[in-house]
Design a protein around this ligand. Structure first.
Ligand code: ZN
Length: 254
């Protein structure tokens, strides 16, 4: 069943699902759809009343996800903003045809490329995230960027693991970068550390928190108070780093 209602000039569609449950739950999905899971005995007018009382919160969540889609719905065209280590860069697509070889150096009128290697498809130049493209195809630009972030995440994480290793007595069995939609990072029972390829979009301080969090799981395989004490001994200010990820993490995507 779908009900729609107007609130502050906004039309909101609410999808209602009757379930075997005792309480009513309202979910705003990242798509902006609103789902209400209601106990079977609750009438439509009761649902309307409850939804109306939560309308401020619903609108706030819908707007938040609309805003989020501005960050994550990329067309992979010049001018779009991408994050790398917490800094914003404008994307610049450089046509491969515009690149000229002078001796063993490459240059392009699109950007002042200094000593660009021919195999380097992605680079940060003059505050731009430059992608050299031969066909301007958004899918291939996306793949090129994804591979680049993947490689950057692996390099950054390995470097930070080396940095924090003296503080932690056990070593990870290995470090892998993975495409995990929900988790930022994880530690397996066999002590492999897995990191989401999006990690290198986050500020270094947040990346350090993720590394220390997972390395602390080498000692404590849970989120007990001893675990958090262990994290806090290495990063006394870990709480704001963790909160930053909760507040901004969803924007770090494409
Ligand atoms: Zn954990």
């Amino acid at each position: 069943m779908v009900i729609s209602f107007e609130y502050g000039g906004e039309a909101i569609q609410i999808y209602i699902f009757k379930r075997n449950r005792t309480s009513l739950e309202i979910q705003v999905e990242t798509s902006g759809n609103v789902r209400v899971l209601a106990p079977k005995g609750v009438s439509e007018s009761q649902i309307r009343k409850i939804v109306w009382n939560r309308a401020d919160w619903i609108i706030e969540r819908v707007k938040y996800f609309q805003e989020l889609r501005r960050y994550t719905n990329k067309q992979f065209v010049s001018g779009e903003t991408f994050y790398y280590l917490g800094r914003a860069y404008k994307l610049k697509i450089v046509s491969v045809n515009s690149i000229k070889k002078q001796g063993n150096k490459f240059s392009s009128p699109d950007i002042p490329i200094i000593g660009l290697e021919s195999h380097q498809n992605v680079s940060i130049r003059n505050g731009y995230l430059c992608v050299v493209s031969c066909d301007n195809d958004s899918n291939s630009i996306r793949t090129t960027l994804l591979n680049w972030y993947w490689e950057q995440t692996l390099n950054q994480v390995k470097q930070r693991v080396r940095y924090y290793q003296p503080y932690i007595k056990y070593r990870p069995s290995g470090i892998k970068v993975r495409d995990q939609k929900r988790l930022w990072a994880s530690c397996t029972s066999k002590n492999y550390l897995h990191f989401n390829w999006r990690c290198s979009m986050a500020p270094e301080a947040v990346l350090d928190y993720l590394v220390v969090h997972e390395m602390s799981h080498l000692i404590h395989k849970n989120h007990s108070s001893q675990f958090w004490k262990y994290v806090g001994n290495i990063l006394p200010d870990y709480k704001w780093r963790r909160q930053w990820l909760k507040n901004h993490g969803l924007k770090l995507d494409f």
